[in-house]
Design a protein around this ligand. Structure first.
Ligand code: 13P
Length: 252
């Protein structure tokens, strides 16, 4: 179902104490500033998922993992399976983040398997797509995003697809302070919604949640979120500050 979502991707940040403190601060801020009709999602490092689920019993937010194994349970040292995440009540899991594609060589095949695993266990994938700077500059950005989406999630059935959230994260905007302009974000989000419409029909396209990520912060969130096809954000750096994160969540 199309919903407004603000998700914080903590990436590989925070010690256990800092994670605990940040969750506590987010809880405090939410007490007098609970965003209306917005789903808040926190994606901490896997080690702190249990801590976050404990907080989530008291505070209104959902929990997402940052990664999942492409394999089912078994002899895969260091991996975490979709079944394990599901046994810890994960709501979401990020898949296809550009950092995983780039530093860990995750191919579309691997990502598509990860999506399948998550859906088998009732966890909603937040599937990330986005072009690199040279791909934007050479006007290849639509083609890149189209192939990432086709290869990663367009093999799903309609009912499987209805559980997927898409995040458009232009790589040149991630952690750089160079946000996509609201027009650039809207243009790509509308394009993605059209792709979904062509593949799964207008109704499904209308129901699909498409988030923007890439240097989204407390100052620019409102303008980005006011775009017709931008349903919220996947926030990196600014999600590590409770006040900024809650301000972003209240930016609709
Ligand atoms: P920044 O908000 O730090 O640019 O990161 C965005 C991101 O990669 C979220 O997944």
């Amino acid at each position: 179902m199309r919903s407004k979502i603000v998700a914080g991707n903590w990436k590989m940040n925070q010690t256990f104490e800092k994670a605990d403190e940040l969750l506590y601060q987010i809880g405090e801020k939410l007490e007098d500033n609970l965003p209306k009709n917005v789903e808040l999602v926190i994606c901490p490092p896997a080690l702190y998922l249990e801590l976050a689920t404990d907080f989530a019993q008291e505070i209104e937010f959902k929990i997402g993992a940052q990664n999942v194994s492409e394999y089912d349970n078994g002899a895969y040292t260091g991996e975490i399976s979709a079944q394990m995440l599901s046994s810890m009540d994960m709501d979401y899991c990020i898949v296809g983040h550009s950092e995983r594609r780039k530093y860990f060589g995750e191919s579309s095949d691997v990502l598509s398997t990860k999506v399948q695993r998550l859906l088998e266990y009732g966890i909603q994938p937040i599937f990330c797509v986005g072009e690199q700077l040279e791909e934007r500059e050479s006007n290849k950005y639509f083609d890149i995003v189209k192939s990432q989406i086709s290869e990663g999630i367009f093999n799903l059935s309609l009912s499987e697809f209805s559980n997927v959230v898409i995040a458009y994260e232009p790589v040149w905007a991630i952690g750089t302070g160079k946000t996509a302009s609201p027009e650039q974000a809207q243009e790509m989000h509308a394009y993605i919604r059209n792709l979904v419409s062509d593949k799964y029909g207008v109704e499904m396209a209308d129901e699909t949640t498409i988030l923007y990520g890439g240097s989204c912060n407390a100052k620019n969130a409102k303008e980005l979120f006011s775009q017709t096809d931008v349903d919220g954000g996947l926030i990196g750096g600014a999600a590590l500050n409770a006040e900024d994160f809650i301000t972003i969540a209240n930016s609709f």
